[in-house]
Ligand binder design. Structure first.
Ligand code: MN3
Length: 237
């Protein structure tokens, strides 16, 4: 019997007591040897964003919701005829090239994976810090300043009907505020998301119930502008 390297490593991990950490891993997809996408770690404690986003919301959101997108994306990608080496961003940027019967699965679950991976990265309590450097200058020239940008961003987020995301994105070498439905992302249409706010109820209902406006206000306190500004500087250079 041929044992794959992955299966061998997994057997080794299980036999050496690594199971204690199994709760942090996504459920194994149906076709494990084709599992090319992995649930990224949060990179900080579940309560790191409290009181703005509570630990229970973070745990469910990351360990259950995001993990499910990863698992379903792996199931879809396993059926692609030519799946080697594509990043999720590349898949989302070329949906029209995929077999039509797999397109929605990759769009929804690939979008879910890409969107949440970005979301975890841009979250950090910021103590009221605002963008600096070239991002501050671009917000000034595009929107008339940070406050005007934030008014537009939060109004878009509050008024989005149903489930989706509001974005600050880089498109055609301009900053834009956009919203998308479901798990769609600016990547699908050639934009690059800089910040994204998850407006599905699973992102805020435990902490804020129906008060989306309060959740949007809380999000402003947990945007890691240092990280976002660094990414912007590279994109815009
Ligand atoms: Mn979500």
């Amino acid at each position: 019997m041929k044992l794959t390297r992955r299966a061998a490593l997994r057997t080794l991990a299980l036999s050496t007591g690594a199971m204690a950490f199994a709760h942090a891993q996504p459920a194994p997809p149906a076709t494990e040897t084709d599992a090319v996408f992995k649930l990224p770690p949060l990179g900080y404690d579940l309560d790191a964003l409290a009181p703005y986003i509570d630990a229970e919301t973070m745990k469910l959101h990351h360990d259950k919701h995001h993990a499910a997108y990863v698992s379903k994306l792996n199931q879809a990608v396993a059926k692609l005829p030519n799946k080697a080496g594509k990043t999720v961003e590349e898949l989302l940027g070329a949906l029209a090239s995929l077999p039509v019967e797999l397109r929605d699965d990759v769009r929804n679950n690939g979008g879910g994976h890409a969107n949440h991976s970005l979301f975890w990265q841009i979250l950090k309590k910021n103590d009221g810090a605002k963008p600096g450097g070239s991002l501050a200058a671009a917000l000034q020239s595009t929107f008339g300043g940070y406050d005007e940008f934030w008014k537009r961003f939060s109004a878009s987020a509050v008024s989005l009907f149903g489930s989706g995301w509001t974005w600050l994105a880089w498109r055609d070498r301009k900053l834009v505020v956009e919203t998308t439905a479901d798990q769609d992302t600016p990547l699908i249409t050639g934009g690059v998301p800089l910040i994204g706010l998850d407006l599905w109820e699973h992102a805020y209902y435990l902490g804020y119930q129906n008060r989306r406006v309060d959740y949007v206000a809380a999000f402003e306190k947990v945007i890691n502008w240092e990280l976002v500004g660094g990414r912007f500087a590279k994109l815009a250079s």
